[in-house]
Design a protein around this ligand. Structure first.
Ligand code: ARG
Ligand code: ZN
Length: 849
């Protein structure tokens, strides 16, 4: 995993592979330290590609023998792969290699986790398994034989045959190597069945470790729901006889869509009321759907090269978001997605890691599995749908599946189906893929003689490598409200294409109140001079739920900003409006819970930085807290009832309705706890029969500096359970007092349950440290140094996870000189470490600029 001379790869250098593959046969003889892989690959010259040297990727393995058409050959081996002379026409390449799964702590390629064998091949892990053209545009049919004494042996596609110590699998659908998967372990299945709408019977299995069977039911139900949804919403059916999902404890990411054999981080499969929160259940449902939807958007149609990653990820995220909107609440889902996008993607855009949704170069592709590629990529699909309408979108997607099934394609191909299906020119729209940064809209308005004019100006700040920005197509959904709160102009989609552009509404009887960017119709930021009274009016009256929430959010941010910068008192008008929303039982409790949530401290820091101020994390924390105390006092009369309504009798259900009630009840509990010394939270902790209630009570106590007894009780009860203990590790660090955050984190790394090789545990600890804004930026820089120490240590074991956690430093230029100096020093210390991985070194170089 130590890389000699990292190279930059460019989109413009794309060239097709000179051969096609007619079939791949693999045999695995599994052994912890010396697994043998034999391959038999039938190559044929690619008539559509210029000829070139025969090069197969291959890393960290030993070649034992190689043959071409049966005759032994001696290929030339480099750290990146193998070259050798080959015949002019078709030929068969065979190789035997040895690999060491036990030593593979990178969790990329074939590795061991908790006694089982499993694989992760996206993006470039297959090249650690055998010599192969490891690139997504080389698609082939795989037949796999697994030999091992493990009882359960799985690979892609359909089972062919099995016997004592072996199993054979055949995947009839051509696929790139990144979708290859193999699992061998002592596993049990929670089985299910699904009949597709054309009558194909599919066996479903959720494979877990013995003892975890009781926690796989939700994943299975979510899978069935997803399969039905994709038939109904997109006309897409499943295409194999089996669909297997395996839960794995040691996993770098969330989950992986390998054809017919999805492999999941166990935290995104296993759930029971006692161990998982409502949020976990919702997330499991969404990720099961996401990976399932990849079967068509990713697998049947894949990416030509890794620059096109958003082709499958942006689209599949958009699909899983639509699914969640349909099976839960659409407005609530939209608000949750906007919160995530702003907190993480806008932050990425504001800093040194900003990149286009389709990047033009990379050193390590795993560094580009980002919120920009995923979530902004999904926003682009959403904008396309808004622009062409539901029918246009469906026609374009039908054409996409028809035209490109079985192919590895590009963003140009994707946009072309929209152009061909709808007749629309998307040349300018395509800038969303190539231009980095968040467009900023400035809005002004004028009213005269019944004519109301809205004028928008768009601007995108320079990002690394892109100083000039051209105007983008921005779909702006607008509605107008009259003085009495009636909607005088219903939601209308304005299409902005110029740097500055005006839109006029005629025939109005008075100056309306505009509701702009309804439903968050484009991933942009907006500035508009408008009074607090107008926002309060929208919070009370807007018919668009997103903008109603947004008005409250704007007010909360404004009052926090004034408290931080001007020592202002909390805005009484906003507190009153908030009270009215909270008491409005016609509103969805989940929605009300979102209205109650303040912008995070990190978002406030970003906001202040945008306004040209240097954020002080301690000051932000103090004002955040003061505002919560003011909320607690102002809403005192309403909160207990909201909390009591969330104590739902009977069997726990993770569905949207009860989960929403609990979200609101627990938000109320957090505020009540600021004033009652913790009595109510302690009672809830004692009586809770589900994790949502239990962890919320614990969090409420920790947030007021109490809860140590409960923390100990929680540990005693759950120390055997990795997933639950991740919550225990994370929560206390996330809620630690600023000066306590680093010492506590350090102590917890000495805890017997801390395991640097388990990404979930590492993320629970260090992700929570960087997520505790005031603790991460506490004076003295102890958190910076601690994180850097561990990044260096982790990088030697697992570059991907180290690299992701390093993004905690990406906002370093926002802060004061002292903090900047401290963070820069840590980044430089990391950069200067010998033998740093390609992953982490690319990240720190980009952050240092
Ligand atoms: N394709 C997976 C998904 O569903 C992500 C896998 C990424 N893994 C990695 N090591 N880059 O989003
Ligand atoms: Zn995905």
């Amino acid at each position: 995993m130590r890389d000699a001379a990292p190279q930059t790869i460019y989109l413009k250098d794309y060239a097709p592979f000179p051969w096609l593959i007619d079939g791949v046969e693999l045999t695995f003889r599994l052994s912890p330290k010396a697994t043998r892989v034999t391959s038999r690959i039938r190559f044929r010259p690619n008539p559509d590609a210029p000829s070139g040297p025969f090069f197969l990727n291959g890393e960290t393995m030993t070649l034992l023998s190689a043959r071409i058409d049966g005759a032994e050959v001696q290929p030339e081996i480099t750290p990146e792969g193998l070259t050798c002379a080959v015949p002019d026409g078709p030929f068969t390449f065979e190789a035997e290699v040895e690999i060491d799964p036990e030593a593979n702590t990178s969790l990329d390629g074939l590795y061991r986790s908790g006694g089982m064998y499993c694989t992760q091949c996206e993006a470039q892990g297959f090249r650690k398994i055998t010599f192969y053209p490891d690139r997504p545009d080389v698609m082939a049919v795989f037949t796999v034989r697994v030999e091992s004494e493990m009882p359960v042996l799985l690979s892609n596609g359909n089972p062919v045959d099995q016997g004592d110590g072996w199993a054979e699998w055949h995947d009839p659908w051509p696929k790139p190597a990144y979708l290859f998967a193999l699992v061998a372990g002592d596993l049990v299945s929670v089985p299910g069945h699904f009949t597709t709408r054309s009558g194909r019977a599919v066996d479903l299995n959720i494979w877990v470790r013995p003892g975890d069977e009781g926690r796989a039911g939700w994943a299975l139900e979510s899978l069935k729901l997803s399969m039905r949804w994709d038939e109904e919403a997109y006309g897409r059916e499943y295409d194999l006889d089996v669909f297997n999902i395996v839960a794995v404890d040691d996993f770098n990411m969330g989950a992986m869509e390998n054809k017919g054999l999805n492999i999941f981080n166990s935290r995104l499969v296993l759930a029971s009321p006692e161990t998982a929160t409502d949020t976990d259940f919702e997330r499991i449902e969404a990720v099961i759907a996401h990976e399932y939807f990849h079967n068509w958007t990713g697998n049947r149609i894949t990416c030509r090269d890794w620059f096109q990653l958003c082709l499958k990820e942006g689209l599949t995220v958009f699909r899983d978001q639509s699914f969640t909107s349909d099976v839960r609440s659409a407005p609530v889902k939209r608000i949750e997605d906007a919160i995530l996008l702003r907190a993480r993607q806008f932050r990425e855009d504001q800093g040194p890691l900003a990149h286009p949704v389709r990047p033009e170069s990379f050193v390590e592709i795993n560094n580009f599995y980002t919120v920009t590629v995923y979530e902004k990529g999904a926003e682009i699909v959403g904008m396309l749908k808004r622009l062409v309408g539901d029918e246009g979108y469906r026609a374009a997607l039908d054409l996409y599946f028809d035209r490109h099934d079985g192919q590895a394609v590009t963003i140009e191909d994707w946009l072309k189906v929209f152009e061909d299906a709808t007749g629309r020119d998307l040349t300018q729209f395509a800038r969303w893929y190539s231009q980095a940064g968040t467009p900023h809209l400035t809005v002004t308005d004028a009213f005269e003689d019944g004519r109301y004019t809205l004028t928008f100006r768009q601007e995108t700040a320079p990002t690394p490598g892109q100083t000039e920005k051209a105007p983008q197509v921005i779909p702006i959904a607008v509605g107008l409200l009259g003085a009495n709160g009636d909607e005088v102009v219903p939601t209308t989609l304005l299409e902005m294409t110029e740097a500055e552009q005006s839109f006029t509404f005629e025939g109005l009887t008075g100056k309306p109140v505009p509701s702009i960017l309804r439903g968050f119709s484009a991933p942009v930021e907006i500035t508009r001079e408008s009074s607090g009274a107008e926002k309060a009016f929208l919070l009370a009256h807007d018919t668009d739920p997103f903008n109603r929430w947004e008005a409250g959010r704007d007010l909360a941010r404004a009052t926090l900003t004034a408290m931080i910068l001007e020592d202002a008192a909390p805005d009484a008008g906003w507190l009153q409006g908030l009270g009215a929303v909270l008491r409005d039982t016609a509103l969805d409790p989940a929605f009300r819970a979102l209205v109650l949530a303040l912008p995070t401290q990190d978002e406030m820091a970003a906001h202040l930085a945008r306004l040209g101020h240097v954020p002080d994390p301690l000051r932000i924390r103090a004002c955040h807290r003061a505002l919560r105390e003011a909320m607690s006092e102002a809403l005192e009369d309403s909160l207990p009832a909201l909390h009591e309504d969330a104590q739902i009798p009977g069997e726990y259900s993770p569905q949207a309705e009860p989960a929403g009630r609990r979200a609101l009840g627990n938000a109320a509990l957090g505020l009540i706890t600021l004033r009652d010394g913790g009595a109510r939270a302690r009672a809830q902790f004692e009586t809770a029969d589900n994790m949502t209630q239990s962890i919320a009570a614990l969090g409420a106590l920790l947030a007021i500096g109490k809860g140590q007894d409960q923390l100990a009780a929680f540990e005693a009860r759950w120390s055997h359970d990795r997933l639950v203990m991740d919550k225990w590790f994370g929560l206390q660090i996330a809620l630690a007092e600023p000066e306590e955050a680093a010492p506590l984190t350090e102590r917890l790394t000495q805890h017997p349950g801390f395991d640097v090789k388990n990404p979930n545990r590492v993320r629970a600890v260090f992700g929570s440290l960087s997520g505790n804004a005031a603790g991460f930026h506490a004076p003295g820089g102890a958190s910076y140094a601690l994180l850097a120490d561990w990044l260096i240590r982790l990088d030697a074991l697992n570059p991907q996870t180290a690299s992701r956690l390093s993004t905690a430093f990406d906002s370093w230029r926002r802060y004061d000189e002292t903090r900047q100096g401290q963070m820069r020093a840590q980044l430089e210390r990391i950069a200067g470490t010998d033998g740093l991985s390609r992953d982490l070194s690319e990240m720190v170089q980009r952050m240092l600029g």
